[in-house]
Design a protein around this ligand. Sequence first.
Ligand SMILES: [Ca+2]
Ligand SMILES: [Ca+2]
Length: 446
Amino acid sequence: MPGQVEADTARLIRQIKRALGLEVEPTPVEVRLPEPKPSPATPSRNWQIGGALLAVIALLGVVLTLLNNLPSSLNPTPTTAVAVIPSQTPGIEPTAFDPVQIVGLTQTFEAGQTLTTINATVDAIATGTRAAQQTAEAATLTAMPTRTPTLSPLQATYAAETGYDYRAGNAAWTPITQDFDGVTMVLVPAGSFDMGSTQAQIDQGFAMCQQTVDNNATCERDQFEAERIPVGGNTQTLASFWLDQTEVTRAMYQQCVTAGDCEVTPDSNYSTQPDQPINNVNWVQAQNYCTWRDARLPTEAEWEYAARGPDELLFPWGNTFDGSRANHCDSNCGAARWASGYDYVNQENDDGYAATAPVGSYPAGASWVGALDLSGNVWEWVSSLAQSYPYRATDGRENLANRTDLRVLRGGAFYSPSYNLRTVPSTTNSPTAENENYGFRCARSS
Ligand SMILES: [Ca+2]
Ligand SMILES: [Ca+2]
């Protein structure tokens, strides 16, 4: 199983890096509209293995440097620092590691131990580190207001909504916000729109890809076809609903964890502050959190309507990309070590955030209803199963009890190229898959 050996080796390296608090590349996502992979070219398998082993050896050097040179106060939990030296010559399949050197002196691996054994031990160490970090983090998160139901309907809101005709377009709507238990939500008025891309919009997306990437060969027109409005149309007529103004933050999610109603999610170097979006969260966890708030995930149609409105815009702010209005892979992202292989970095913008930004950092990127960061920052889980167009809410794709089939995410993320920040493409993954690029926001029926 050579492929499995490579996967195990890469996984081991990631685990060690995580345990040491070092930077780890965002996990590549499975995309209906793939983004260029973070690693360059496709080396031969032996070269890949050799590179992985050399990376482990190089990592040991970093570890020793850290432990030898840093003041003890900066030493990231030395008792959990682990490094592994494979004895095999690069290019030879590493079926076992021998000998294994341990930094921190808490673990000893015997010669000839298999990757499975080593992985299990590293897993246990990483889990212990994570638990300690989460305990410390919980103590520092900003205290949130006591949860008090505020679900009474606002008569003024509905009076305003009644006066809105979606045929008047996006500009005719004035955003309305309401506080629900300390969370600001925006009202999306009832209306209708065509979900997906027209021929002209597909052409525009493909042209953006060609202009963005360094190598045109990575743009495949077929990848944009999934957005196409099918013959017979894809018109969606929606009732009004509320949508979180921002992505769910780490502080918001932590409230539910503290209450004992939500699962703890893995730590991530890409989102660390209370006002940054929760990431590394899977669909089931997102759904549970929204339910805890007496809310739900938006459907794929609701998300797209909130992002583009009856004007059917390609970006929340208009039909032309503006790199200052959303967190994507700009020059700051491109300068990050993990982005060294990206071939689509936008050097024209620099928002100062290589990874996630605090939610609401791009007010000029607001959509017509006042929702922020729908494009960029983190991909957002929606409730819908990944099924082809036309979208029909009643055809089974909104069955929330299905915990096996792929679910949809929308909007692109901090490491994405501009063309994946459009309002129409989607990515998909298992409902139990987590990723440093995945977050969400909640909705509730009005
Ligand atoms: Ca950025
Ligand atoms: Ca987003």
